[in-house]
Design a protein around this ligand. Structure first.
Ligand code: AMP
Length: 465
């Protein structure tokens, strides 16, 4: 199927032609025609699947040729969890709408209110916003919602994880009831499904399903190491491999700044972004990283979602995140648009619980490789595939075992539906394998009911099993 068969405005087709898009991605092929017909859609789709164009193109098509907005009003509202994602979505709108006479703007916190208020007074068609700042502006009557005809909730799961539920529901309750809704979420957690049920009861559910076409190709492996040796190990890996670029995730702001210093002491130039840095600096650093001016970027979770970096070859988890979905989003920064990627995690004993939860979520164990000179004094136990985080107890205080076959150190049981899927891959000479690796596939779309929480998760599909 080509873009021209989707029924989009020729000026939009011209713009996406300029960007070199030749064929719609599976989610675009499925969702755009539905959205053009005015249907509400709830889609399980990752960043990297082409989801932004999936909602932006129908919005542009619908708004093109309409009347210019009255002041303080917009016709389409796109909510995103982070400033970075809001900025990126807005940039895409500008690219896709370059031949159209439409005005868009981006609203987020951490910067002055006045310029955003002024832009609203001048009138816009599309607002991309983070929920907190948008609600502030609404409360101050700087924006009115009475003409919003289209609502997009982008990365809905992330917005809920970040605690935006109250802002989101208050905003939605203030919108006109007659409107089209498009909701995108990497995972369809119970909370996301409840939100969809409440606010988009007639939405058509789409989910990306397994297919060999267009699957992100990410080689994932871990290495175990003592916590106090992580920075030395990271430095050695960087020096041995001289990767062209890497995005290195770490849990805390303080840890990010400290790691920059530790790497610099060993002659490795790096920079860091986290929520403690000024917005303008964050944007500049991200732009420099995207432009290849920064080789090693250390980041807290703020870059885990949404951010699209062309040809990023490597993601390193300096520590393992919680919840497990965050791991999926972090590694999803690499292996995009058909490129090959690599995701390496440095795992100390402290990370063990998170490792088990991540492997349970993935449905397979991650390959372990040993790096000479860094074998940990505090060994990291064998993983437990079907990890149960907290023992439940019955009314007599007796531990309820979820599955009697699950014991510390056990690999997946032969009866388990979650079959490990390992394939070995050539590796740098200083790195010896202790286990094996696996890959995951994605990307066709099926129209369906919302998928339920599931034990095994394929990061690229979040498919209905
Ligand atoms: P997204 O999932 O929206 O973040 O998009 C991921 C990347 O895919 C971005 O760099 C888009 O510009 C690109 N992209 C989106 N749709 C297409 C398409 N149909 N063909 C080629 N690239 C695309």
């Amino acid at each position: 199927m080509s873009f021209s068969t989707l029924g989009l405005n020729p000026l939009i087709l011209k713009a996406i032609g300029d960007l070199g898009y030749s064929l719609p991605t599976p989610i675009q092929a499925e969702a755009i025609p539905l959205a053009l017909k005015g249907k509400s859609v709830i889609a399980a789709a990752q960043t990297g699947s082409g989801k932004t164009a999936t909602f932006v193109l129908p919005i542009l098509d619908k708004l093109a040729g309409g009347e210019t907005q009255r002041k303080k009003r917009a016709r389409a509202l796109i909510l995103t969890p982070t400033r970075e994602l809001a900025i990126q979505v807005h940039k895409r709108i500008q690219d896709y709408a370059k031949y159209l006479d439409l005005k868009s703007m981006v609203i987020y916190g951490g910067v002055e209110l006045a310029p955003q208020k002024q832009q609203l007074i001048e009138g816009v068609d599309i607002v991309v916003a983070t929920p907190g700042r948008l609600r502030d502006l609404y409360t101050q009557r700087a924006i009115h919602f009475d003409e919003i005809a289209l609502l997009v909730l982008d990365e809905a799961d992330r917005m809920l994880d970040m605690g935006f539920i109250e802002d989101i529901t208050k905003i939605i309750d203030s919108l006109p009831e007659e409107r089209q809704n498009l909701m995108f979420s990497a995972t369809l957690s119970r909370q996301v499904r409840e939100l969809a049920k409440e606010y988009i009861p007639n939405g058509i559910h789409l989910s990306v399903t397994k297919d060999s076409q267009g699957s992100p190709d990410i080689e994932q492996w871990i290495t175990t190491v003592d916590k106090d040796k992580k920075s030395a190990l990271l430095s050695q890996l960087i020096q041995d491999n001289d990767w062209s670029q890497a995005l290195i995730f770490i849990e805390t702001k303080h840890g990010a700044a400290k790691l920059v210093t530790q790497l610099e002491k060993r002659g490795i130039q790096a920079d860091c972004i986290h929520s403690g840095r000024a917005q303008a600096i964050r944007e500049q650093i991200l732009a420099d990283f995207k432009a290849g001016k920064i080789k090693y970027l250390i980041s807290t979770g703020i870059s885990a979602r949404g951010i699209d970096i062309d040809n990023l070859p490597l993601v390193i988890n300096y520590d393992l995140p919680f919840p497990a979905d965050e791991y999926v989003h972090r590694i999803g920064r690499t292996g995009r648009a058909g490129a090959q990627g690599q995701a390496i995690s440095l795992v100390s004993k402290d990370d063990f619980k998170n490792l088990c939860m991540i492997e349970s979520r993935l449905g397979h164990l991650l390959e372990r490789r040993e790096i000479t000179g860094f074998v940990p004094r505090k060994a990291v136990p064998d993983s437990i595939l079907n990890y149960v985080p907290k023992a439940k107890r019955d009314e007599n205080g007796k531990r309820i075992v979820a599955d009697p076959s699950l014991k510390t150190g056990s690999k997946s049981s032969s009866k388990s539906k979650l079959k490990p899927n390992f394939k070995a891959k050539p590796k740098p000479s200083s790195i010896a394998p202790t286990s094996a690796k696996s890959r995951s596939n994605a990307n066709s779309v099926c129209q369906s009911d919302v998928s339920q929480d599931k034990p095994a998760f394929n990061p690229w599909t979040d498919s209905k099993k």
